[in-house]
Ligand binder design. Structure first.
Ligand code: PMP
Length: 458
């Protein structure tokens, strides 16, 4: 049985001694103290099916025995060198990681978090392109360090401070809430928009959003040049927003034609989670110049990276660059084991199979309940957008979301919440979840949605 700090004491410390700007999930937060694969246990021994993986971070499973062994073996040998000497783990891992990427992406910088990775990507893109001006998308999340906070285009995360000089936002190509949304297709096994008639590569909304991106560049950038363009392959924090088919490809082509560098933020979408491909950018058929990754890369241990081309790496070599913990032996050993487990245990394939099964089940719930506005995603990156009713698409208010959310927790599943209006439930579990887990979760959601089917009208 659990014998650590008491629940009440932990809540008191949380309220008085920990970052007061940090949210905690649920009215009566759960105090988790153990995890195994896709399950978590609270201090009272109650088991939960973890469908949010510590915000899309636990990739192969909580305390996966093979990652545990990799960390343990490395810890017994060597913890740290700050990369001033050669050590096997970082070199082996860099070799294995780049083998998973297209050939042109061959130079790795190891860092410790997603924000740090995007900081670095922004820095190198500006240096290489010789242009300070960059564009991101509204509703994006790329981290909260002072350097990249401007790329995180959500007022939720903004302080009354300058949010990154030289950073501009283009309209978000959001098929559900965007001004030109709702009429076109997404690259998803579940075609949520059944009236879509766009031919491949001929989506009218895509052309409008691209035109707007072009205008942002034309009106704000010196000589129409651009330094960099940043995009997540599917927006995570923003509520699992998928761009309409062909958008990202056209955006990258436009940016490249103006001398800019394209950055794919794979912090949530990388490492096979989307099922059909190892990297999210591959699902869009684009060729990024820089890829940033974190979260699932280390299955929960701090590990992140920026991978780029030798040409960009050369510009970065004009000054020394150094990171004390980036590429430390323990994180790299865990990173290597994660890559191996994804392959050995067929986790990318599992994401495709279980994810599609999940999405199909959720699409049925959407057809059954008027409060489920949209079901979307790819593989095990899933969003359920809740509304007062499908016709108006009005976001379900926070208190009503909380009521539903609380019930799902009581019934044993932990799901996430996000989206600009906080009305999107997010399902992004450890990649080892099974169809049986998905069926259990679908059963819970069915019961909870049934109980609250009229909540949008109240
Ligand atoms: N990029 C994306 C797409 C993210 O989702 C996040 C974290 N939510 C980050 C960057 C920042 O990562 P970190 O919290 O490790 O700084």
């Amino acid at each position: 049985p659990y014998q650590g700090i008491s629940y009440d004491k932990a809540r008191e410390v949380r309220q008085t001694k920990l970052n007061p700007g940090m949210f905690v999930y649920y009215k009566k937060p759960v105090m988790i103290h153990q995890g195994h694969m896709q399950y978590l246990w609270d201090v009272d021994g109650k088991r939960y099916l973890d469908l949010f993986a510590g915000i899309v971070t636990v990739s192969v499973g909580h305390c996966h025995p093979k990652t545990l062994k990799a960390a343990d073996d490395q810890m017994k040998k060597l913890w740290h060198t700050t990369n001033i000497y050669l050590h096997p783990a970082v070199h082996q891992y860099a070799e294995e990681l780049t083998a998973k990427l297209p050939e042109h992406l061959s130079v790795v910088y190891f860092v410790n978090s997603g924000s740090e990775a995007n900081d670095m990507a922004l820095h190198m893109a500006r240096l290489y392109s010789g242009c300070y001006e960059v564009v991101g998308l509204r509703n994006a999340y790329h981290g909260v360090s002072p350097y990249v906070i401007g790329l995180t285009a959500h007022s939720t995360w903004r302080y009354n401070m300058p949010a990154g000089f030289g950073i501009h936002q283009a309209m978000n190509a959001d098929p559900y809430r965007g001004v030109w949304g709702g009429k076109h297709c997404r690259d998803s096994p579940v075609q949520t928009n059944r009236s879509c008639s766009c031919a491949e590569g001929a989506c009218e909304a895509v052309d409008r959003y691209i035109h707007e991106l072009e205008e942002v560049m034309r009106y704000t950038m010196p000589k129409g040049r651009i330094g960099a363009f940043f995009a997540e392959s599917i927006q995570g924090v923003g509520g699992t927003v998928q761009f309409p088919k062909g958008y990202l490809k056209k955006a990258f082509d436009l940016v490249h034609s103006k001398g800019g560098v394209c950055v794919s933020d794979e912090v949530q979408t990388g490492f096979g989670r989307l099922g059909s491909h190892y990297w999210g950018f591959e699902t869009h058929g684009v060729k990024p110049d820089i890829v940033t990754m974190a979260k699932g890369m280390g299955n929960g241990i701090p590990l992140a990276a920026v991978v780029t081309t030798p040409e960009i790496g050369k510009v970065m070599a004009e000054a020394l660059h150094f990171n004390t913990f980036g590429g430390n032996p323990v994180s790299c050993a865990v990173g290597s084991s994660v890559l191996k487990i994804i392959d050995e245990e067929g986790l990318q394939e599992n994401c495709a199979v279980v994810g599609t099964h999940f999405l199909e089940g959720l699409a049925k719930l959407r057809d059954q309940y008027d409060i489920v506005g949209d079901v979307r995603g790819k593989g095990l990156m899933i969003g359920i957008e809740m509304v007062t009713d499908q016709a108006s698409r009005t976001p379900l208010p926070a208190d009503k979301m909380a009521t539903i959310w609380e019930d799902t927790k009581e019934m044993g599943i932990l799901i996430g919440k996000g989206g600009f209006y906080g009305n999107v439930f997010r399902i992004k579990p450890p990649m080892c979840v099974t169809k049986a887990d998905a069926d259990f979760a679908l059963g819970v959601l069915n019961q909870v949605f049934e109980k609250h089917r009229d909540i949008g009208k109240q």
